[in-house]
Write a protein that binds this ligand. Structure first.
Ligand SMILES: *Cc1c(COP(=O)(O)O)cnc(C)c1O
Length: 473
């Protein structure tokens, strides 16, 4: 025991480490609190080691200080990493909600950067010099692209639904099909949103079949809204019937009730020519007679997180006056990115190339195969000693709770590590910078290049080498 005490006597104090040149250099780059905290932790670790280790290390103070410095470097590096970090998405899930859904087009990124660096006319009308409205910034584009009379953008689509239902039916009832009582994820469930908005939910029909007559029968003096919800993330197949927005709009016309369609992942370009399922676009839904349509900015539209509401002017004007709109308002960075994204759609052919979400979803198999072959070659060069690399056919996913039954064909790079377990490999890959996330199947790590950009491929190979060499050292 006395030997341990003798060892501990040699322990440097926090201040002593803090005064070294090396730490002075570190303090130029990192906040003092983090550096001091790291010194404390590093010294604690050494102290514990000294107490627990039976074999004694050389006990010079210099050695202890240099040990401590090593510990401080790695701790400071760890603490300095941003909480929100870059991830290489090799999952093949294009709209991966956990990985941030859509990545932005070049023009959207530039727009965000402009607005982030400079003051802007967020609420100043530059033509008149008077106060302007942030909502008018994207309204014209949305009206032009969707054919609706008016538009409003809020923070996200969950907020858009809450605002729309609350404005149209607070204290009154809303008719929804039992087949459309969707849970999107987290706590967004249509019945709960209804309750939050202060409207009463009236369920009609059955899980698999809801007819127009079911809606008609449920209408009474309390009814204020007919709501159609896109069953984004699930499909009811077999003996089914769904009442279309068009039929609901006719009923709405007869009864004077507004019809709302929550499209979830609304989009402006029909993607069925690219092998994806046909679903009505926002324009078609508006043309079918929906009075209000809500959809997300960052699902298939491929823009920033936002909730987009388009519809009849009289209704949108009422929403603009709802105090909830202020609570849900979109910020300037979102509006900048959304405007730039929407602009891409003025030329749909071009948008298919410039909006990354559309680009990835419409990429043909030949191109994916080329990318996969290139990635496999890069990985063999960088980490072929540690990994068995092969190509496999597979399927990508749309994700983001959209087109759940679509499985666009893809070519996967399959990696089987020689010495590590696949679990160990994936754990390590989540901790590299950038992190790399793929899919695990059958003791293999599968990488789908559909969701990786060309310039990311060498980075993927380097990250794999880094992880593999760390381990076998
Ligand atoms: C995704 C989705 C929402 C929620 O949209 P967020 O943009 O995630 O808030 C609402 N309704 C439907 C039908 C959806 O698919």
């Amino acid at each position: 025991m006395s030997k341990e005490i003798a060892k501990l006597r040699q322990m440097p104090a926090v201040d002593e480490v803090l005064r070294t040149e090396q730490i002075a250099a570190l303090l130029q780059k990192h906040p003092r609190v983090l550096v001091v905290e790291s010194i404390r932790e590093a010294l604690d670790e050494i102290r514990n080691d000294l107490i627990n280790e039976s074999d004694s290390r050389p006990l010079e103070r210099d050695v202890l200080i240099s040990d401590a410095l090593q510990g401080v470097y790695s701790r400071v590096a760890q603490k300095a990493r941003p909480a929100l970090r870059r991830v290489l998405n090799a999952t093949g899930v294009v709209l991966h909600t956990n990985l941030g859904r859509s990545i932005l087009s070049v023009s959207a990124r530039e727009a965000v950067s402009q607005v982030a660096q400079n003051y802007c006319n967020l609420e100043l009308n530059l033509a008149s010099g008077k106060r302007g409205s942030r909502y008018s910034l994207v309204e014209d584009l949305l009206v032009r692209l969707t054919g609706a009379e008016s538009a409003l953008v809020v923070n996200n689509n969950a907020g858009a639904v809450l605002l729309a239902v609350g404005t149209l039916a607070k204290g009154r009832s809303v008719i929804v099909s039992r087949g459309q009582l969707v849970e999107i994820g987290g706590s967004f469930r249509i019945p709960d949103v209804m309750e939050q908005s202060g409207a009463r939910l009236v369920e009609v029909g059955t899980t698999n079949k809801t007819h127009l007559r079911d809606y008609r029968r449920a209408i009474d003096s309390e009814t204020n809204l007919l709501l159609h919800v896109h069953t984004s993330n699930y499909r009811i197949v077999g003996f089914t019937h769904e009442t279309s927005v068009k039929e609901l709009a006719e009923l709405g016309g007869e009864t004077g009730l507004p019809v709302m369609s929550d499209l979830g992942s609304g989009f402006l370009i029909d993607l069925s020519p690219f092998g994806l399922p046909y679903e009505p676009t926002v324009q078609e839904t508006v043309a079918d007679g929906a009075d209000v349509v809500t959809f997300s900015g960052d699902k298939l539209l491929g823009g920033p997180q936002a909730g987009i509401i388009v519809g009849r002017k009289e209704i949108i004007d009422r929403m603009k006056k709802n105090p909830l709109t202020r609570a849900l308002r979109a910020d300037k960075l979102t509006l900048a990115a959304l405007q730039a994204t929407l602009r891409e759609y003025l030329d749909p052919e071009l948008a298919l190339h410039t909006v990354p979400t559309l680009r990835m979803l419409t990429m043909d198999l030949g191109e994916i195969e080329q990318k996969a072959t290139r990635l496999a070659g890069l990985i063999r060069t960088e980490a072929g000693d540690y990994l068995n690399v092969s190509l496999e056919n597979g399927a990508s996913q749309v994700g983001g709770g959209a087109m759940p039954t679509a499985d666009p064909p893809t070519v996967l790079v399959a990696l089987r590590p020689h010495e590590l377990s696949v679990e160990e490999l994936t754990t390590r890959l989540r901790n590299t910078d950038p992190a790399l996330v793929g899919r695990v199947h059958d003791l293999k790590l599968l990488l789908d290049t559909r969701t990786l950009r060309d310039e990311e491929l060498p980075l993927v190979a380097r990250v794999l080498r880094q992880v593999c060499t760390e381990v076998t050292k």
